[in-house]
Unconditional design. Structure first.
Length: 400
C-alpha cells in the first residue's frame, strides 16, 4: 500500500483540478486507504463498476455514521445527529428491501413519457432565462434557476419559492458533499426543519387538491402500499436536493469545458446533431459528482486488499470516468465518443432515478446556450467549491 501518495481531495490544488491526484492514485494504488478521508478510495473503472453490485458495500451509509458517533459518546441531540437522522430516511441512502419499495413507489413520478413530455416547457424556460441574461454569472442566471424551477413545477410548488429551495439545498450540500465549516450541521438543521414544514404543508394541499404533478403521482391513488407523510416529505427533500444540485453542476461544468475548447464549441455550433454525444462526453470528462460513498457490512477483497466491516469506501466516479483501460485518451474531450459507458449517474439498482430528466435539462440548456449566445466568453477564471463529493463551481462569470 502506497501511503505516500497525495490523497487529500480538499486541498486548493485538488479542489481546482482533482484529476492529477486521481490519475496518480488510479495508476499506483487503485485501492488506496486514505487517512485524511478515513476511507478506501477506488479509482479504477472496473472496480467502481463492480462495487455498485457488491452487496458487502452498503448504500445504507448514514445510520452507521450515527452509530459510530454514539459509540464515541457524541450527544444524540446534537445538530449533526439530528441532520443525519433526517437524511437517513432518504431513498439514496438505503438498501433493499427498503430501497426497492421506495424506488418502486417513486418510479411512477419518473415515467419516461412524463419526462419526455417536458421537452417543450424546458426549452421555453431556458429561452426565457437566456433572454433575460446580459452577462455575469451564468450559474445564477441560467444553470441554477432552470432545474430549481423544473423541480418546483414538478412538485407542484410555486416557482416563486425557488430561491428558498436553493438556500435549503446549499445548506444540505455542506453536509452531503463534505464541505463547509464547523457550523455546517447547525445551518443544515435549520434548513431541514423549514423544508420539512414546507413540504408537509404542500402534501396536505395536494391531498385536498390533487394536481398533475410529481407529488400527486407519488402519493398514489389505488395501490395498497403508499408512501407515508414522513416518506413523502423525505422524498421531496431528496428530489429538491438531488434534482437541482446535480443538474446545475452538469450545465455549468459542460459550458466551462466547451468555453475552454473553442474548436469543439465551434464544431457543435456547426453541427447541433452532436449535442447528445457532447453532453455524455462532458458528463464523463468533468461530471457533477466526484465521489459516492459506501459502508462496508461484510468483509470483501478488492485487488488483494481486505476491506473490513465498519470501514468506508469512496467510489471515485471522477477517476473511473478517466480510466485509460476503459476510455481511449481519457483526458481529452471527444464530442463524438461512442459508446460512452461513463458512470456519472451511478450504476445498477442505485443509479440516479432522475438521470433522464438531468440529461434532458443539460442537453437543452447547453444546446440553447451554444446556439443563442454566439459571443459567449469567459470573463473571469472560475473558482471551484471545496467538497469531497461534488464537482461544483462557485460561479461562472461570462460575457455575452
Amino acid at each position: 500500500m502506497n501511503t505516500a501518495l497525495d490523497d487529500d481531495l480538499l486541498t486548493p490544488e485538488a479542489t481546482a483540478d482533482p484529476y492529477p491526484l486521481l490519475d496518480a492514485l488510479r495508476e499506483h494504488d487503485p485501492v488506496h486507504w486514505s487517512a485524511d478521508h478515513r476511507a478506501w478510495l477506488l479509482t479504477r473503472y472496473d472496480d467502481v463498476s463492480a462495487a455498485f453490485a457488491n452487496k458487502a458495500l452498503s448504500n445504507d451509509r448514514v445510520r452507521p455514521v450515527r452509530a459510530a458517533r454514539a459509540a464515541r459518546g457524541e450527544t444524540s441531540d446534537s445538530a449533526a445527529d439530528r441532520v443525519l437522522a433526517l437524511m437517513s430516511e432518504w431513498m439514496v441512502v438505503s438498501d433493499p428491501p427498503a430501497h426497492s419499495r421506495l424506488r418502486k413507489l417513486a418510479a411512477g413520478a419518473f415515467k419516461g413519457q412524463r419526462i419526455s413530455a417536458m421537452d417543450a416547457s424546458i426549452t421555453a424556460l431556458v429561452d426565457e432565462l437566456i433572454d433575460a441574461f446580459t452577462g455575469g454569472d451564468l450559474i445564477a442566471g441560467v444553470a441554477y434557476p432552470l432545474p430549481a424551477t423544473v423541480i418546483a413545477t414538478m412538485l407542484g410548488a410555486p416557482v416563486a419559492d425557488r430561491d428558498r429551495f436553493r438556500d435549503w439545498s446549499d445548506e444540505l450540500a455542506l453536509v452531503a458533499f463534505g464541505g463547509g465549516g464547523s457550523d455546517r450541521h447547525e445551518r443544515a438543521l435549520g434548513g431541514l426543519h423549514e423544508m420539512d414544514a414546507y413540504f408537509r404543508s404542500l402534501i396536505e394541499q395536494r391531498r385536498s387538491e390533487p394536481g398533475d404533478d410529481m407529488l400527486t403521482a407519488m402519493m398514489g391513488t389505488e395501490q395498497d402500499d403508499k408512501l407515508s407523510d414522513d416518506e413523502l416529505s423525505a422524498m421531496c427533500a431528496l428530489l429538491l436536493f438531488a434534482g437541482h444540485e446535480t443538474t446545475t453542476n452538469s450545465i455549468a461544468n459542460a459550458t466551462l469545458a466547451l468555453l475552454r475548447r473553442p474548436d469543439d464549441l465551434a464544431r457543435l455550433r456547426r453541427d447541433p446533431d452532436l449535442l447528445n454525444t457532447t453532453v455524455e462526453e462532458l458528463l464523463r470528462f468533468d461530471g457533477p459528482i466526484k465521489v459516492i460513498n459506501r459502508w462496508v457490512v461484510d468483509e470483501t477483497e478488492i485487488r488483494g486488499r481486505t476491506i473490513s466491516p465498519g470501514e468506508r469506501v469512496h467510489l471515485v466516479l471522477a477517476a473511473a470516468n478517466r480510466d485509460p483501460e476503459r476510455f481511449a485518451d481519457p483526458a481529452t474531450v471527444d464530442i463524438e465518443r461512442s459508446p460512452n459507458p461513463h458512470v456519472a449517474f451511478g450504476k445498477g439498482i442505485h443509479a440516479c432515478i432522475g438521470a433522464q430528466l438531468a440529461r434532458m435539462e443539460t442537453r437543452i440548456a447547453v444546446g440553447r446556450i451554444v446556439s443563442r449566445l454566439p459571443d459567449l466568453a469567459l470573463a473571469a477564471e472560475p473558482r471551484w467549491k471545496p467538497a469531497v463529493a461534488s464537482r461544483s463551481l462557485e460561479a461562472l462569470e461570462v460575457s455575452v
